[in-house]
Design a protein around this ligand. Structure first.
Ligand code: PEP
Ligand code: MN
Length: 263
């Protein structure tokens, strides 16, 4: 179902008037995690002003350490919904567990399956059943074929609205948090009709690399980007090192627009 031989024309996913996989580059932005109402509303307003069309923000966070901040859960969903009301931006947020799928789907416009859950097939099926578009992140150790098959699980469950998100894979390199595999973008475009976006924030783990890799992602054919932005990255409760300031995000949007025009 995910293959181009099954469907030669490109899939365009529409979310409240926004097209993902269409002619325009789609920029999704927001904090790693919702930390407070003020933090989220301020970030939402500022990324919208800079040119983002979709909001991101974690409510349930998959953290490596059990002692790290794990998200504000349903309160965060309610804050994200308020930000949507205020800015008009639809939002994407991660669902980590089958038991929360219905709750998250009551609020979110797009359900994110995190990298750590790419092959959690029960979760994929439950998320698919909501009928909401699914943003499917690549597992850090997943091959492209495994990733496509994960999308196939969602589609076989009756939901054909899948967006691939490259977010970096594990390699021997330790200079960056992960190795952003941009070759996955043209590869997926050749193999599948589904939209492909890139998350250079998690993919590099380092904010100074986010804008250069965003430009590269658009140059090699990505349909969009997902970028972490925080009003004060040094105070972020998660992923501050890879989060852009509002000012740097605005510059990113401008630089990416120039590349998008050229391709
Ligand atoms: C995220 O985007 O919030 C996230 C946790 O990313 P990943 O699943 O790619 O690590
Ligand atoms: Mn993050």
């Amino acid at each position: 179902l995910a293959g181009r031989e099954f469907k030669p024309e490109r899939t365009v996913i529409k979310v409240r008037g926004i097209e993902i996989g269409g002619d325009k580059t789609v920029i999704i932005a927001g904090p790693c995690a919702v930390e407070s109402r003020d933090q989220l509303l301020q970030t939402a307003r500022s990324v919208k002003k800079a040119g983002a069309v979709l909001l991101r923000g974690g409510a349930y966070k998959p953290r490596t350490s059990p002692y790290s901040f794990h998200g504000m859960e349903e309160e965060a969903l309610e804050i994200l919904a308020q930000a949507r009301e205020v800015t008009g931006m639809p939002f994407v947020t991660e669902v980590m567990d089958t038991k929360n799928v219905d709750l998250v789907a009551q609020y979110a416009d797009i359900l994110q399956i995190g990298a750590r859950n790419m092959q959690n097939f029960f979760l994929l099926r439950e998320a698919a059943a909501t009928g909401k578009p699914i943003l499917l992140k690549r597992g850090p150790a997943a091959t492209i074929e495994e990733w496509i098959l994960a999308a196939e699980h969602i589609m076989a469950a009756g939901n054909h609205q899948v967006i691939f998100c490259e977010r970096g894979i594990r390699t021997f390199e330790t200079g960056t948090r992960y190795t952003l595999d941009l070759s996955a973008v043209p590869m997926l475009k050749q193999l599948s009709h589904l939209p492909v976006i890139v998350d250079p924030s998690h993919g590099t783990g380092k904010w100074p690399l986010v804008t250069p890799m965003s430009k590269a992602a658009i140059a090699c054919g990505a349909d969009g980007l997902m970028i972490e932005v925080h009003p004060c990255p040094s105070k972020a409760l998660s992923d501050g090192q890879q989060s852009l300031t509002e000012e740097n995000f605005q510059k990113l949007v401008e630089e990416v627009a120039a590349i998008a025009q050229a391709v």
